[in-house]
Design a protein. Structure first.
Length: 164
């Protein structure tokens, strides 16, 4: 047996105002997107904003449904919307934040596994990293420079190809 150690770096900012200007602007869009979330069941609102290589920003928010699997996360709403409108543009960054109607979110909100896999697919397709900026209502803001840092053993489409 061989033991492998996977390490990555996370940038930690004391507040949203400490972010680089481009990340701060993107996070402001994500925060605005929260207000349009549809969350009658969880009361947990998530906003996401995508910055494309042409500078355009697309937002999304979580959309719940009484049939729980039928809802969709804010990250995927924003990603799918951006790529459906601008399929040839590269995704440079995504900002994610959340607010609860019932309690204070004191930790940075990170994307779920399904959203991480969608981001990974886009990152592989475009052959360039996607920066991920994450925050809660309180506490530090976190940022990573590639989805591989959140999903180090990600599934690649190459694994679907038949071996002959």
């Amino acid at each position: 047996m061989k033991l492998k150690n996977i390490q990555f770096n996370i940038e930690e900012y004391d507040s949203v105002n400490a972010l680089p200007q481009a990340d701060l602007r993107l996070m402001e869009y994500a925060e605005k997107a929260i207000s349009k979330a549809y969350t009658p069941y969880s009361h947990y609102r998530v906003g996401a904003a995508i910055r494309l290589s042409n500078g355009e920003i697309f937002t999304g928010n979580n959309q719940e449904n009484a049939a729980y699997p039928s809802g969709l996360c804010a990250e995927r709403v924003a990603l799918f919307y951006a790529k459906s409108q601008q399929p040839d543009e590269t995704i440079e960054a995504i900002a994610i934040t959340a607010r609860s109607d019932d309690f204070i979110i004191r930790e940075a909100v990170s994307p779920c596994g399904g959203c991480r896999q969608v981001m990974a697919e886009y990152q592989i397709q475009q052959s360039s990293p996607i920066r991920v900026i994450m925050k809660g209502e309180k506490g530090p803001v976190l940022a990573i420079n590639s989805i591989e840092e959140l999903l180090p053993l990600m599934f690649h489409a190459e694994e679907l190809k038949r071996k002959t």
